[in-house]
Design a protein around this ligand. Structure first.
Ligand code: CU
Ligand code: ZN
Length: 156
């Protein structure tokens, strides 16, 4: 299944929009790349959430994708949700260039992220270490300002 690709078109409440491509590598890692605009400058929590459901906007995407029933953390922590991808950084122009490589977000198998959602938040993800009551569940990353459903990408 080398080269399997997925795409998510990001939209949100304000002017947040963008597109992301997910490319599964032959070693099982998935590369996420793309651009999201309309953000406030600075860090924004960035996660895979459980459901590809935007019936009531990004709030319908459920909690962080967490097949191993762990606590929230950073991408490089042992204790993390599979969906924890840390933060993306928007520049002064409000644009975040996304480039993430991660081993826990496959496009195939039991823990596939296909049909789930990618979500960008208003605030920084504290990576589980902020000491806030939400640190161990959401990283206290605040409102969901943009999201998109992850679907198989057309090859044409
Ligand atoms: Cu999130
Ligand atoms: Zn999490």
């Amino acid at each position: 299944m080398g080269g399997l690709k997925a795409v998510a078109i990001i939209s949100g409440d304000h002017n947040v929009k963008g597109s992301l491509q997910f490319i599964q590598q032959s070693d099982g890692a998935t590369y996420v790349r793309g651009k999201i605009s309309g953000l406030t400058p600075g860090l924004h929590g960035f996660h895979i959430h459980s459901f590809g459901d935007t019936t009531n906007g990004c709030n319908s995407t459920g909690p962080h994708f967490n097949p191993y029933k762990k606590d929230h953390g950073a991408p490089n922590h042992e204790e993390r949700h599979a969906g924890d991808l840390g933060n993306i950084v928007a520049g002064p122009d409000g644009v975040a260039e996304v480039s993430v490589l991660d081993m826990q977000i496959p496009l195939t198998g039991a823990n596939s992220i296909l049909g789930r959602a990618v979500v960008v938040h208003a605030d920084p993800d504290d990576l589980g270490r902020g000491g806030h009551e939400l640190s161990k569940t959401t990283g206290n990353a605040g409102a969901r300002v943009g999201c998109g459903i992850i679907g198989l990408q057309s090859s044409v």
